[in-house]
Design a protein around this ligand. Structure first.
Ligand code: SR1
Ligand code: MG
Length: 402
């Protein structure tokens, strides 16, 4: 088969897989299913019913699938994703899929099949609870962010590593879709007619724009750590005893709070979405409490692991100055809250929504959820630079449903 880039068909995915040494045999009767439900890539699930073995082939398309060929997109994101998965795998081996191979010519990554897990967003829509999640994701965030920052790695090595993860096209998507378009009447925006009043408020809110401009500038300029870059609940595979973070194609060196904020934003989107997932007030209240406890635990676990890594494995002498760690974490908390707000707002009025809200069938409940999400998102953006504790985020969410 030609190794020149072309998007695979299911048959080509099978033909390629047959030749992966020590996994399948050339005679194996393999089954292929294209299962990609994201916005950008092809994802083939290849299995051999005779042995029960299976793998995932993920192939980048040269355009954004969600829009079509009119939106060209670099294939280099496949290299970035496979290299980042390897770095994350070395830092948190149990929390990312194993990468078996990367084929640059085909923009193809061969990786562990996680079909015994579910996409966390789908699990949250089912209103499942994941007792390991807060601990696992707190650890993932602390280790990946600390060890790729100037606190946890040699500063010259970090600059060289940063160069391998310059990701301008994927960053541009974020810069536009998260930090610009929702705040103006942009063609890319997508919202239901009943939200026209909310959209216009967003477009005309100068105080909000000022906060977004500050956050956008951090996203553009603050090379603090190697981020996942798109850490929503669709980028997390989960089951009761395991959490796996996938899809780091948006990775680049940016502000830590962007990744942490993405996790919290998606839990808050689920919080808002409860309007449509149960008609029983008590049951909604109960699941919302679970989500808020999870948010608190994600932040607390992240912060305590991060502090422990800093104290035990910090490589930077001057960062040990008394008081600096507290100041640093306070800034990360403020960024987390602000970025969480922007990530909520974009999912209601911008391009690329979330199923938690869009799949609510009852129009009245869906509109309530959308308005609630916007209210929470805007409040988080507005308070970000004043915030002193994660409790302030929790309070905003709690008060929004009183
Ligand atoms: C054009 S890509 C739209 C969105 O999908 C990805 O998951 C990112 O969140 C991006 O903003
Ligand atoms: Mg993705």
């Amino acid at each position: 088969m030609s190794t020149q880039y072309h998007p695979f068909t299911e048959l080509e995915a099978i033909a390629y897989s047959r030749n992966i040494p020590e996994l399948f045999t050339p005679e194996a009767e393999l089954i292929s299913r294209e299962i990609g439900d994201g916005n950008l890539n092809l994802v083939f699930h290849i299995s051999d019913p005779a042995t029960g073995k299976s793998i995932i082939l993920k192939q980048a398309l040269p355009y954004a699938k969600v829009v079509g060929e009119s939106w060209p997109l670099t294939l280099d994101r496949a290299r970035i994703e496979s290299e980042v998965l390897k770095i994350q795998g070395s830092l948190c081996p149990d929390l990312v899929p194993h990468v078996y191979a990367y084929e640059p010519e085909l923009a193809l990554t061969v990786m562990e099949d996680l079909s015994d897990h579910v996409i966390m967003r789908a699990g949250l829509i089912q209103r499942n609870r994941y007792p390991r999640f807060a601990g696992d994701i707190g650890k993932f965030l602390a280790h990946t962010l600390f060890y790729t920052s100037d606190l946890g790695m040699n500063q010259q090595d970090k600059k060289i590593q940063l160069g391998r993860f310059i990701n301008p096209e994927l960053c541009k998507i974020t810069e536009d879709l998260i930090f610009d378009d929702p705040y103006r009447n942009a063609d890319t925006n997508s919202f239901e007619a009943h939200l026209q009043d909310e959209a216009e408020l967003l477009w005309n809110d100068n105080a909000l724009h000022l906060e977004v401009a500050v956050l956008r500038n951090k996203f553009l300029t603050q090379a603090q750590a190697l981020l996942h870059g798109d850490l929503h609940t669709g980028s997390i595979f989960i089951k009761a005893d395991s959490t796996k973070v996938i899809d780091p194609e948006f990775a680049y060196y940016g502000p830590m709070g962007f990744d942490i904020g993405a996790v919290l934003a998606n839990l808050l989107l689920s919080f808002a979405a409860q309007e449509g997932w149960s008609t029983d007030v008590e049951s909604r209240k109960d699941y919302r409490s679970y989500l808020l406890e999870t948010i608190q635990a994600v932040w607390t676990n992240f912060a305590s692991e991060f502090r422990a890594l800093w104290n035990e494995h910090g490589v930077d002498r001057i960062s040990k100055t008394p008081g600096y760690q507290n100041l640093y974490l306070q800034q990360v908390l403020q960024d987390t809250i602000g970025f969480a707000g922007t990530k909520i707002v974009r999912r209601i009025v911008g391009l690329a929504h979330v199923a938690d809200i869009d799949k609510i069938e009852d129009t009245v409940a869906r509109e309530r959820a959308q308005r609630l999400a916007l209210q929470i998102g805007k409040s988080l953006i507005n308070i970000n630079r004043q915030a002193r504790s994660i409790d302030e985020l929790l309070e905003i969410a709690t008060k929004s449903v009183l």
